[in-house]
Design a protein around this ligand. Sequence first.
Ligand SMILES: *Cc1c(COP(=O)(O)O)cnc(C)c1O
Length: 415
Amino acid sequence: MMETKLAAARPRYTVPYARVGSVLDESDVEAVRELLLSGATLSAGPVRERFEEEFAALIGVRHALSVTSGTVALELAIRLLDLEPGDEVITTPQTYQATIQPLLDHDVRVRFADVDPATANIDPRRVAELITPRTRAIVLVHYGGLPADMDALMRLARAHDLIVVEDAAHALGSVVNGRRPGALGHIGCFSFHTSKNITTLGEGGMITTDRDDWAERLRRVRGNESDMVLTDRHGGFAGASGPPTGALYPGVAYTHDCHSFRRSGTNAAMSEAAAAMGLVQLGKLPGLVARRQAVAARLTAELAEFEAVRLPVVPAGVEHAQHLYTFSVDSERVDRDELVRCLHAEGVETYLRYFPLHLLPEWRARGHGLGDCPAAERAWFQEHMNLPCGPWLTDDQVELLATAVNRALVKATRD
Ligand SMILES: *Cc1c(COP(=O)(O)O)cnc(C)c1O
């Protein structure tokens, strides 16, 4: 029934680009229903705690802290870096803008390291060239779910004492040599937006880390407390520990408000209902990823006939969650824009991911511009194609898609 309504809402395309990325069924509905009828709290509670425990266990980290979105996860992660004016952060131009948006609020220099054209992931060689004594952090994405070259990046991070933030919004379900994105750097950020590999009622996010002090700070900040240490909050009263703050106000006994905030907290608590769905979705993750991989394998088989196509790279030892399906064309031989038009004419909806971030107005205003990252620019303007790839596609739609891609490539090839 839900299927029919969704299909009616998108009449233009026989193969839509995205829907609910995770595909919902009765088990999701039942989990939320059970919670609503239980009379238990709908705000933060035991369900959220279980979701976080299971998530941490899956990723292989000491701490997983849920929040209200992937964007908030990134905001809070970047806040942990305690960036000072003049500090530098190295990042990728090939990601969704939320990866680096929080940096706009800090007086820091952002350096864009170009991507490896074979993977669209940040190229460690370009990162190495940009490191200076002021570099504090690397903020990267695992593009489309394909893990970035973390061995090389973590070697650089160790050598130069840098913090590595992984935007793992695409990479839930990916594995590299037995380890998972979100546990490869120092902080991992996940999104449970409706389009992502799993969802928590449409919006949600998670931060992963092994560091106890960061986890403690995050727990306070997301719960409306400052990220300052509050040991002397009630210091003026008998029985409290820490130095007596009453001394600051001689003769005044009332000292409740004597603590000071270095920064504000926020309320980024994931609701129990969202976490209840998250738990169900986490159980379905292997099946959802397998379906994404099956669609990807079918598309790769179709594309393999075309010499002017560069097939997606999946290195040995990598399990690719296939949040995106991306391939490149040889732009001398294939008109990429014509390919997009032909696919749309065939009823296939496509989006290109992503516009090179350094060319967005806010980053151009900070001195970045065309030519800074040639590989990312070529990808967007001439070479990259993204095809629909998700568990919402039926077998029939996958076959329609493969046939349409074949026909469109024949039309868009120049020779
Ligand atoms: C979706 C996404 C985000 C933001 O997540 P939201 O939950 O939508 O706020 C951040 N980075 C990347 C790469 C994403 O794809």
